[in-house]
Design a protein around this ligand. Structure first.
Ligand code: SF4
Length: 458
């Protein structure tokens, strides 16, 4: 078998991170091992994101650097995958002579064969065919390349049928398709067997899992996954507010492995803008869901996404957004300035908002969120929290080397640092992957500090 090197650069969301792992796993079967720089690689793959103009610009600046590298290393092969590849297809190959191949979001299962053929023929290729039923049993490939990790992503569905007017996902990832539950369970079991303790289930709208196919719903999938031994925590993202069911809300209470955190993107607090976005819920629908979640699960952490400066958004609309934020008090948010995406309907909407106004609104929104995060962190001081330890804290090397600090996350996804000194003053052995009970004693802007509660490390 060949012994070659591949560098995979991932742009965008967790789904792309997962796809990059699949690509790496598949290529390892061809003798490629992953390296951490393009300079050290025989092949470079960029897994792209088309969700915002900024992410797409990153691809073109990376390509500029890779074109220079290829002049020095003519045998270097460059492949482009992901959403921009799906969107641009042949145009990418035509406009960028340094690229050897382009593969779309449904071509990952075919990639090894495509690369093998082109290595023999020396020909460049494009494959952006969308399959009705993509290859979705990835367990065989992941098996080949799993390294010891505590937390892993598992995609449970691809594509989206919601057609929010600002979004390219339905065009570049296709219609919503759920993976069969048995494939998902097999993959989670495989990961659990290698030491994975936490699973994050991925989909554009996990709440509608299995509905089209007539399988059991998402809460039943959670129930089945929670029976897998060694998995101690289950997270999921993303939930669409319109599809958040009472049954799923109850799962937070009934299934103790399901983390008390929900990422529920609201995008705007203005009913007028929500309608233009085709989100199919209102400001008050959203607040009602949050109330219900907190009624069932009072310690629920809530995070969200916002788009500021959507076409037609005026100051009153923006104030509605800030008011919603004040009411909910999110634990954290991702907020972005609206940018036109070529295939999304909103790119053709009138009343575009000036860049300066978008920047101003983004700044005000983030400032408000800073206060909420501070408040939410403060409210955790004095509480007991179960922490899944991810490993030694990066702080260890910066401060006193003799005191190892550890980092983990609460059920609500808050980062906590701690230092588990034994009674004799020595530090404890490797805690990675263990659940530790801490009492939160300090809060910082992005993390918390916890003190060990004696005899509570398991
Ligand atoms: S729900 Fe809307 S924003 Fe989310 S992926 Fe689907 S179309 Fe895009």
């Amino acid at each position: 078998m060949n012994s070659k090197t591949v560098y995979i650069h991932t742009l965008g969301c967790q789904m792309n991170v997962y796809d990059s792992e699949r690509i790496a796993a598949g290529l390892s079967e061809m003798g490629y091992h992953r390296v951490s720089s393009a300079e050290a690689a025989d092949m470079v793959i960029i897994n792209t994101c088309a969700i915002r103009a900024k992410a797409e610009q990153k691809l073109y600046s990376l390509l500029g650097r890779l074109a220079d590298l290829k002049k020095k290393k003519p045998a270097l092969r460059i492949g482009i995958g992901g959403c921009v590849a799906q969107q641009e297809g042949k145009k990418l190959l035509k406009g960028q002579p340094c690229i050897d191949f382009v593969f779309g979001t449904h071509a990952i299962g075919r990639l090894n064969d495509l690369i093998a053929h082109s290595e023999i023929s020396g020909k460049r290729f494009v494959d952006i065919e969308m399959a009705e039923c993509p290859d979705d049993d990835f367990s065989y490939a992941l098996n080949a390349s799993i390294s010891r990790q505590i937390s892993r992503f598992v995609t449970i569905m691809t594509g989206c049928d919601n057609y929010c007017t600002y979004c390219v996902v339905p065009y570049v990832r296709g219609a919503e398709i759920s993976r069969p539950p048995e494939h998902i369970l097999k993959e989670v079991q495989l990961l659990a067997d290698t030491g994975v303790r936490e699973i994050t289930l991925l989909g554009q709208n996990v709440n509608s899992y299995g509905q089209k196919e007539g399988w059991h719903d998402f809460s039943e999938l959670l129930n089945q996954i929670s029976r897998i031994e060694n998995i101690v925590r289950i997270r999921f993202t993303t939930s669409h507010p319109k599809d958040l069911s009472e049954r799923l809300i109850q799962s937070f209470r009934e299934l103790n492995k399901v983390s008390h955190h929900i990422h529920l993107p609201v995008q705007s607090g203005s009913d007028r803008i929500l309608k233009r976005m085709n989100r199919r819920y209102t400001h008050s629908d959203y607040l009602a869901k949050i109330d219900r979640l907190r009624e069932v699960c009072p310690d629920m952490a809530v995070t969200s996404d916002f788009i500021v400066g959507f076409p037609g958004e005026d100051e009153t609309d923006f104030q509605d957004t800030l008011n919603l934020m004040r009411t909910v008090q999110f634990d954290s948010v991702f907020a972005f300035k609206y940018s036109d995406r070529p295939s999304a309907p909103a790119s053709r909407f009138s009343n575009k908002v000036h860049e300066d106004i978008k920047s101003d609104r983004l700044g005000r929104l983030l400032e408000l969120q800073k206060n909420s995060t501070f408040y939410r962190h403060q409210s955790l001081i004095g509480t007991r929290q179960e922490i899944l330890v991810e490993g030694p804290s990066p702080r260890t090397s910066e401060s006193d080397q003799s005191i190892v600090q550890w980092t983990g996350r609460t059920s609500g996804n808050h980062i906590v640092h701690f230092s588990p000194l034994n009674r004799d003053g020595s530090t404890q052995p490797d805690l990675t992957g263990q659940m530790v009970t801490l009492r939160i004693s300090r809060s910082f802007s992005h993390s918390l500090w916890g003190d060990c509660i004696p005899e509570q490390t398991t």
